[in-house]
Design a protein around this ligand. Structure first.
Ligand code: RP5
Length: 155
């Protein structure tokens, strides 16, 4: 598997499935599982520390509320970590966003928009495409079609 898609709870899957669907659309191999920073901290450590040796190249981590998963994963691996703030019930995801984006210098998490799982997958694709010409071609086609669809849109 090239991409690890992890999330803090099964309740995040509605959002995080967009990342899985996008990766599948591009033919990128990925694994998906729940890894909770607070409910399964030992699993979080094991997952982050073994990610590279297991062959992962990018990790997409989604969480809501006190969203510590992406940052804690980033603290234990130098792989690129893309954080997805999941919209929360109480604060509409602003808590998730700030929890993920405000990392200390030296431990980055590339953070997308609230519920931006699709874009997280597209960033993962563009990272992998740097050394995969066929994937790069599929990404170029995707972008060209997107532009074409807008240009020919009729209202
Ligand atoms: C976070 O708390 C999860 O990432 C989820 O977004 C949020 C709520 O989790 P549940 O109470 O629905 O399991 O850890």
């Amino acid at each position: 598997m090239k991409v690890g898609v992890i999330m803090g709870s099964t309740s995040d899957w509605d959002v995080m499935s967009d990342a899985a669907a996008t990766l599948a659309q591009f033919g990128v191999e990925f694994e998906k599982r729940v890894v909770s920073a607070h409910r399964t901290p030992d699993l979080l450590v094991e997952y982050a520390k073994t990610a590279k040796s297991r062959g992962l190249e990018v990790i997409i981590a989604g969480a809501g509320g006190a969203a510590h998963l992406p940052g804690m994963v980033a603290s234990m691996t130098a792989l690129p970590v893309i954080g997805v703030p999941v919209k929360s019930r109480a604060l509409n995801g602003l808590d998730s966003l700030l929890s993920i984006v405000q990392m200390p210098g030296g431990v980055p998490v590339a953070t997308v928009a609230i519920n931006g799982a699709k874009n997280a997958a597209l960033i993962a694709v563009s990272i992998l495409a740097l050394k995969d010409e066929a994937l790069a071609a599929r990404l170029e086609m995707f972008r060209a079609k997107q532009t074409e669809d807008v240009l020919k849109a009729e209202l």
